[in-house]
Write a protein that binds this ligand. Structure first.
Ligand code: TYM
Length: 334
């Protein structure tokens, strides 16, 4: 009998400002599942080349190291999880190309993210269209059983599954079909300035009041919460809160683990200011140690280098085996 742990794979793009939604939707669940899964966490820097803000001051390489440091600062243990940079593992763009030769164009042009992003752009890079195929390659290279992500990634995991299924049924089984793992709360945090739109890394660069960065200082956190949009009333009704208060309650719930009952007992009938003060305090208390650890890790270059080198070696070991299998199945080796 084997007691092999299920494999989890996920990643964050080193673009924009990494925020509390990325924490509750991704980093926090990764850390919580750490002892139950074989976790592989990638900094998806090749994906970030499609982001429009990549030129804003820092190089993609610098941002990638920052995101890797954040993985560690949030509690990923390199002894238990594998952490690496996507661009250092050649199998990712390689398998992506192979899969692109198989994926119908219509599957990609119908993707919600492609449609909305290409509407905003004057000229649409091909990488925006093929983005989900690289994401599928990321996941399928490692036989990931589960992909812990926020709600906005659901369609991307579904297409990865469809791509795997199509390939397996055409050529013979090569890939495990991955399942998205999306939490019941914290998987869709909304903007503080506009609680009907998802909190996004790029919006934060345009409007400071939009999000809270995981490594923001306590003053910036408190200011952002103070200015957050609430509802038009004055008193909290946990069950029937509007979008603004619901978002604040949801953030509170994700960071505290409090049940709806506990939330109601604490906040029902009280003013919005009470919620804002408690939330600011909770966020500062949770994020301050992460910020300290982050600064320490970034300052100590050799430790991060070591983590990323050993992560890359393990990622290569696993994924080159998968590429060999795919080459064999496709008859690329005579
Ligand atoms: P990215 O970099 O946009 O986001 C990283 C993770 O954060 C989650 N997230 C949120 N969760 C809750 N509320 C929000 N407002 C919020 N905004 C973002 C995202 O769902 C994600 O889990 N395409 C991916 C990166 C990627 C990937 C992969 C993920 C590339 N390859 C393979 C998983 C597996 C992305 O752009 O995530």
């Amino acid at each position: 009998m084997t007691d092999k742990k299920p494999r989890a794979f996920s990643g964050i793009q080193p673009s924009g400002k990494i925020h509390i939604g990325n924490y509750t939707g991704a980093l926090q669940p990764w850390v919580e599942a750490q002892s139950e899964v074989d976790g592989i966490y990638c900094v998806v820097d090749l994906h970030a080349l499609t982001a429009t803000d990549i030129g804003s001051g820092k190089s993609v390489g610098e941002r990638s190291r920052e995101v890797a440091a954040l993985y560690l600062a949030c509690g990923l243990d390199p002894g238990a999880s594998t952490i690496f940079l996507q661009s250092e593992v050649w199998t990712h763009p390689y398998l992506s190309w192979v899969l692109e030769t198989q994926v119908p164009l219509g599957w990609l042009s119908r993707m919600t993210q492609f449609k909305s992003k290409s509407k905003e752009a004057d000229s649409v890079p091909t990488g925006l269209l093929t983005y989900p195929v690289l994401q599928a390659a990321d996941i399928l290279l490692y036989d990931a059983d589960i992909v812990p992500v926020g709600e906005d990634q659901k369609q991307h995991i579904e297409i990865a599954r469809d791509i795997a299924q199509r390939f397996n049924s055409t050529y013979g089984t090569a890939f495990v079909l991955p399942q998205p793992l999306i939490g019941t709360h914290g998987s869709r945090i909304m903007g503080l300035d506009e609680p009907t739109a998802k909190m996004s890394k790029s919006r934060a660069l345009v409007n400071q009041g939009h999000s809270i960065g995981i490594v923001d200082d306590p003053e910036a956190i408190s200011r952002a919460i103070r200015r957050a949009v609430t509802d038009s009333g004055t008193r909290i009704d946990v069950q029937n809160a509007g979008a603004g208060v619901r978002n604040l309650l949801n953030i509170y719930k994700s960071f505290s683990g409090a049940s709806d009952r506990a939330l109601a007992a604490r906040f029902d009938g009280r003013g919005y200011g009470v919620l804002k003060n408690s939330l600011a305090e909770l966020l500062v208390d949770t994020l301050a140690p992460i910020r300290n650890a982050y600064q320490r890790i970034l300052a100590e270059r050799s430790y991060l280098d070591e983590v990323l080198n050993s992560g890359r070696e393990r990622a290569l070991r696993i994924s080159t085996g998968k590429v060999a299998r795919v080459m064999e199945i496709l008859g690329l080796r005579g």
